[in-house]
Design a protein around this ligand. Structure first.
Ligand code: HEC
Ligand code: HEC
Ligand code: HEC
Length: 192
């Protein structure tokens, strides 16, 4: 008798989920995208459905809900600024955040060597939210504006900015996300 009840319950459950799937619902591999998902909750809090029930699906935000840049790639900097994601400092809580540095890291304008390309703005803050200083200094970049002989060919070969861009950060074909500072036209304009 009880065995039969269990079987019927199981069958009902299977049917319930199958009908959802057949109807095309919840087909997303990241089921946290259900409309009731509360993106603004603090890390560590449970997701809850509209009816208050805890949603046990994995705690992930599907990429399709994150803002995109003009090339359609996820805009990670905006995602953090808008509070949609909040990356942890380490996988193990016991490790804690990396040591703070009080040294300022100003944005750097890297002058373009060629006339037709706008200058490059290197925003420190967009990087230091993910990376500690020693990831880049002193091995990849000197800690002095203009001191590193960065070239585009080098970047395409995986040096300088290309250590990460085209690999784990937005791709270099999005030229103007880096070359974002219009050049001062007075410069060089008198050259023969
Ligand atoms: C990840 C950031 C980044 C992206 C994306 C990027 N560049 Fe650059 N680019 C630089 C930096 C930094 C320099 C070195 C400073 C300079 O000369 O402008 C540079 C230099 C250049 C130069 C000057 C000549 C040279 O070889 O150094 C040209 C031309 C250039 N880039 C073209 C492009 C084009 C075209 C694209 C897109 C297909 C592009 N860049 C995408 C960062 C970037
Ligand atoms: C993703 C790589 C990266 C990280 C991480 C990084 N920097 Fe930089 N930093 C650069 C680049 C690129 C330059 C410009 C180098 C050049 O022009 O030759 C620079 C230049 C600097 C300069 C010189 C600025 C000037 O106007 O002369 C200082 C100071 C600096 N960084 C401090 C820091 C500190 C402090 C941290 C950590 C909080 C940090 N950086 C993290 C890439 C990085
Ligand atoms: C050690 C890895 C690393 C290096 C080296 C690096 N970047 Fe980045 N960069 C990132 C990451 C990670 C992000 C955030 C993810 C993304 O936007 O794809 C980022 C984001 C950016 C952004 C987007 C900022 C915004 O507001 O959206 C710009 C612009 C940028 N990098 C320029 C540069 C330039 C120019 C260089 C070289 C001078 C450089 N990066 C070198 C890892 C790196």
């Amino acid at each position: 008798m009880i065995g039969k009840l269990i079987k019927i319950t199981l069958a009902a459950l299977v049917l319930f989920f199958a009908s959802d799937t057949l109807a095309g619902n919840n087909m997303d591999p990241a089921p946290a995208d259900w409309p009731s998902f509360d993106y603004k909750r603090e890390p560590g809090q449970f997701k809850r459905r509209q009816n208050g029930m805890i949603d046990p699906t994995p705690d992930v935000v599907s990429l399709k809900f994150l803002p995109k840049d003009n090339y359609g790639f996820v805009d990670w900097t905006k995602s953090i600024r808008d509070g949609l994601i909040k990356p942890r400092d380490s996988i193990l809580d016991s490790q804690g955040p990396p040591p703070e540095t009080s040294e300022p890291a100003p944005d750097v304008v890297i002058k373009s060597k060629l006339d037709f390309m706008p200058d490059v703005l290197f925003p420190h803050s967009a990087h230091t939210v993910w990376l500690k200083c020693s990831v880049c200094h002193p091995k990849i970049f000197k800690k002095k504006a203009g001191a590193t002989p960065i070239t585009m060919t080098g970047i395409w070969k995986g040096q300088f900015c290309g250590r990460c861009h085209d690999r784990v950060a937005f791709p270099t074909r999005n030229c103007f996300k880096c070359h974002s500072v219009p050049r001062q036209t007075t410069e060089k304009s008198t050259a023969p």
